[in-house]
Design a protein. Structure first.
Length: 216
């Protein structure tokens, strides 16, 4: 995953990119500044001079990756937009894959950047859902915010749990074949639902109303 430092980048940019690579691959705790410096082709002292500490360097990396991923998420105009993160992860550049891997690592380690990223995805998804409900392309929901959280949860699970989920379908690794196979059932679920009647829904609504009554 580590690539040779580019002469076209400033020392700070090379250090930042090297740190993103190591953080994504090795985790935030295990990464050390000497390894980052070696990958960037600079001295450890220069890393300290530019960024101060590993935590400060990570904050810069967090901001950089967040800006890129959020900007790409906001360019998606259709209601299935969040789910396209996985497709882009597989089909786009190595740099984009690295940024997604960085954020997946942040989510796994529950870092502040992960909270910001997930909150942003939820906000964007909720806005898309509300727009869809307003124009009639989506059914109303009793809790649009929670529905957005569920949608993001399903999307991110494809990234954070890709190896075991892929093996569960009999494939060696996540790829276009896997996405194609899960794409239709996912759309069936979102379009038609799963249950043949509203028995489960009615039961859940009854439980919710009972709990609300107990809280009064």
């Amino acid at each position: 995953m580590c690539s040779a430092p580019s002469a076209d980048l400033t020392a700070q940019a090379r250090i930042r990119n090297a740190a993103i690579t190591h953080f994504a691959r090795d985790g935030f705790q295990k990464t050390n500044l000497r390894a980052v410096a070696a990958t960037a082709g600079v001295s450890a002292a220069l890393v300290i001079r530019h960024f101060g500490s590993k935590d400060d360097l990570r904050a810069v990396c967090d901001d950089h990756v967040l800006q890129i991923l959020v900007r790409r998420t906001r360019t998606v105009a259709d209601l299935a937009g969040v789910h396209l993160l996985t497709r882009e992860y597989l089909s786009d550049s190595e740099e984009y894959r690295l940024h997604v891997q960085y954020m997946v690592r942040a989510i796994e380690e529950d870092t502040p950047a992960a909270t910001t990223f997930v909150n942003t995805l939820v906000e964007e998804t909720e806005q898309l859902f509300r727009a869809g409900m307003a124009n009639g392309s989506m059914r109303p929901s009793s809790d649009v915010r929670a529905m957005a959280v569920v949608s993001v949860l399903l999307s991110l699970a494809t990234l954070t749990m890709a190896p075991p989920l892929t093996r569960a379908l009999g494939y060696e690794r996540m790829g276009p074949d896997v996405l194609q196979r899960i794409g239709l059932p996912m759309l069936e679920l979102y379009t038609h639902g799963m249950y043949a009647d509203d028995t489960m829904l009615k039961a859940a609504e009854t439980v919710r109303e009972t709990r609300r009554g107990d809280d009064l």
